[in-house]
Design a binder for this molecule. Sequence first.
Ligand code: SF4
Length: 277
Amino acid sequence: MEILLAKTAGFCMGVSRAVELALNLPRRFHGPFYTYGPLIHNPQVLSLLEEKGISAIEEIPEHGEGTLLIRAHGVPPQAKARLERAGFNVLDATCPRVIKVQTIISHHSRQGYASIIIGDRNHPEVIGLQGFAGENAYVVDNIKDLSNLPVFRSAIIVAQTTQNTLFFESIKSWAEEYFPHYKIFDTICDSTAKRQEEVKQLACSVDAVVVVGGYNSGNTKRLAEIARQQGKPAFHIETENELDLNELKSFRRIGLTAGASTPNWIIKEIRRAIESL
Ligand code: SF4
């Protein structure tokens, strides 16, 4: 059996920066240490952070103490202000590529543009982006909902940084045809675009694809989705324990890739387990 490992598998720049900042907190700042929401969508990394005394809070308390890290997905500006007012020493690990989208939205919303965000309504990055658009934000994840939106005098269309590139292409064509006066910003991050392109090509040259990453990680789910769109079986797993080695035995060539929040050590473990076949 041959294993083809994707070059883009594993931490992207934004996640690796956020994890490094988190791991260095105890050396550089006063505790207790928190992240606002889980730092990344990977339960194994979150357990490691817990062991190091860095825990996630979901609600903003009235009074806070210690150091709090904002994750790579970013937060609405109102939430950051509340965290500071509560008394936390707030450090911001928002990925620079997410900041770019936040800036586009806030710049245009100040000029009266409506912001149409193509993304997953409940994803923290999208919730953060909405905060920069104020009242005039609309989140959609399919063309039907997009068609049902009111017609705006002026609007921008942006994408969650980890959206499916093919889907966003279809959104762009739709908008160009029906609302050519809308401004479209292709804000899918290049790390996502490369990862998706690679899994597409990988899927075409193997018999099956194993995709490693948190079950709640949107970008990981999309990798499995893209592999299946190429007509290949794709197995989305979080850890080695979920590998179905019996099923994998029947394939001659296996592609291995991972989401942007999957640490290298897990990818290596899974590679070793498949190699054992
Ligand atoms: S996927 Fe892209 S935008 Fe999101 S954290 Fe990683 S580098 Fe930043």
